[in-house]
Design a protein around this ligand. Structure first.
Ligand SMILES: NC(=O)c1ccc[n+]([C@@H]2O[C@H](COP(=O)([O-])OP(=O)(O)OC[C@H]3O[C@@H](n4cnc5c(N)ncnc54)[C@H](OP(=O)(O)O)[C@@H]3O)[C@@H](O)[C@H]2O)c1
Length: 304
């Protein structure tokens, strides 16, 4: 690639985040950047698309790394672009399903009683808020809403709140959960077919999906969300929900953040049926990032 001729302000973390959000916005609108494209971000965060020779940053889907900067970037900016740009560009970015799990060294995401605040450090909590702000929907299982009573907003970073989706097959969760009452963001419940006539929380739409042996079909869940314009989905947990997505082969990317802590018997992260030989194990291509004292593995499952 030729060297860029741009001379101007150096891209800082805030402006890099503005650019990442803009590229995610294009992907959410169904028109992700698909070819080599140049951008300039001014100090007020205004973004202009310019010819690559005049660009502050050039992004190119399908390459590794997928961007080139006109100036030397601070390590934090470099990491921000490295971590999030691949989620926002290229044709696959308009239908992205990404999962995250924050786990201990011994693979637990919470104590046996369900306490998980916090397994990972503050840098990873910010990371989850960033992921939320880059998608259309953040999806969690009933167990997470039961134990954590989460808000699932992006309050730690600049960015829009996604639609909050709760998988509660039998509508067993109490209506008093925060996300059903706070009005902070659109919220949706996915339940098993035939359950919606049961008493759901007031003003929270309920979507029915086919189930077999009380298991909701993951492809049907994703189809139901796509029918509502929710095509970029972040599966935030817990382990049971995430494992259903992996088993159904419907996770494009998985972020596993490992914290140097040993919990002992608790709630497991990913839990899948076993394989007979290691040839049958999933071996995604991975990249590694440091988040404070945690290590994040970015696993690309789309080819696994
Ligand atoms: N460290 C982390 O990254 C992290 C992230 C999120 C949560 N957590 C913690 O993890 C714990 C909860 O996780 P968990 O694994 O026990 O539960 P979970 O995944 O949050 O919820 C599991 C439940 O969701 C419903 N569900 C999800 N997918 C389904 C499907 N395809 N078909 C049918 N039902 C489906 C079922 O509800 P029913 O039970 O009603 O059948 C299932 O039992 C909590 O302690 C929470 O604090 C940790």
């Amino acid at each position: 690639m030729p060297l860029l001729a741009y001379v101007g302000v150096v891209l800082d973390e805030a402006r890099a985040w503005d650019l990442i959000r803009e590229l995610a916005r294009r992907a959410r609108a169904g028109s992700p950047v698909q070819t080599r494209s140049g951008f300039v971000v001014d100090t007020a965060g205004r973004i202009e698309e310019v010819p690559a020779e005049r660009a502050q940053l050039v992004v190119e889907p399908g390459t590794e790394p997928c961007f080139q900067s006109a100036s030397r970037l601070a390590p934090a900016v470099q990491q921000l672009l490295d971590l999030y740009l691949p989620l926002c560009i290229g044709s696959a970015a308009q239908d992205l399903v990404i999962g995250h799990v924050g786990q201990s060294l011994d693979g637990q995401i919470a104590t046996a009683g369900g306490a998980s605040r916090y397994v990972t450090g503050p840098e990873n909590i910010v990371h989850m808020h960033r992921l939320r702000s880059l998608v259309d929907a953040v999806l969690v299982g009933a167990g997470t809403v039961e134990c954590d009573d989460p808000q699932l907003t992006t309050r730690l970073v600049p960015g829009e709140h996604p639609t909050r989706v709760v998988v509660d097959p039998s509508l067993r969760l109490p209506h008093s959960r925060k996300l059903y009452r706070d009005g902070a963001a659109p919220t949706l419940i996915v339940c098993a077919r035939g359950r919606a006539e049961h008493d759901g929380p007031p003003r929270v739409p309920v979507v029915e999906v086919a189930s077999e042996n009380s298991l909701l079909s993951v492809p049907d869940v994703l189809r139901a969300l796509a029918a509502r314009g929710l095509r970029r989905v972040f599966v935030e947990g817990g382990g049971v929900t995430l494992s259903h997505f992996i088993q159904a082969g419907r996770l494009d990317r998985l972020h596993v953040t490992i914290c140097p802590m040993i919990i002992g018997r608790g709630r497991p992260g990913i839990s899948l049926p076993g394989v007979e030989s290691l040839d049958q194990a999933l071996r995604p291509t991975t990249r590694r990032f440091t988040l404070g004292s945690d290590v994040l593995f970015d696993c690309n499952l789309s080819g696994s």
